[in-house]
Design a protein around this ligand. Structure first.
Ligand SMILES: [Zn+2]
Length: 124
């Protein structure tokens, strides 16, 4: 299991990088928290101020200096591992299918021979 990876992508200049969070090393743009809902009154007529939501972190693009978002992406190594696992499973499946097919053909042949024999016997 690896660290959470992030993909940084600047929509302005197309600078892109996939990195794990510890290695970002980029200037994080301070963002104010946003309110999820407007304050409302509860059953006792008391004003309830909903919790503020933290916004996703924003980083300054090292190329053009604009703010860009970091999006979570699966660990590339996990993706590679999964790919190899799936490929191995696929090969295993094909192998089994080939064995099954072979067994089926063998069975068909035996059945055919048996039926032929039966027909010949019936002929007598
Ligand atoms: Zn940029």
């Amino acid at each position: 299991m690896g660290k959470q990876h992030h993909k940084l992508h600047c929509e302005i200049c197309n600078w892109t990088r996939v990195t794990d969070s510890e290695q970002l090393g980029l200037y994080e743009v301070k963002r104010s928290k946003i309110q999820g809902r407007i304050p409302y009154l509860d059953e006792n007529n008391k004003t309830v101020v909903p919790k503020f939501k933290k916004q996703p972190p924003k980083y300054r693009c090292p190329k053009c200096g604009r703010g860009m978002k970091a999006t979570k992406v699966p660990n590339p190594q996990e993706k590679i591992d999964r790919y190899h696992q799936e490929k191995a499973a696929e090969e295993q499946r094909k192998e089994w299918e080939a064995l099954e097919e072979e067994a089926r053909k063998r069975y068909e042949k035996v059945k055919e021979e048996y039926e032929k024999e039966q027909r010949e016997l019936d002929g007598y």
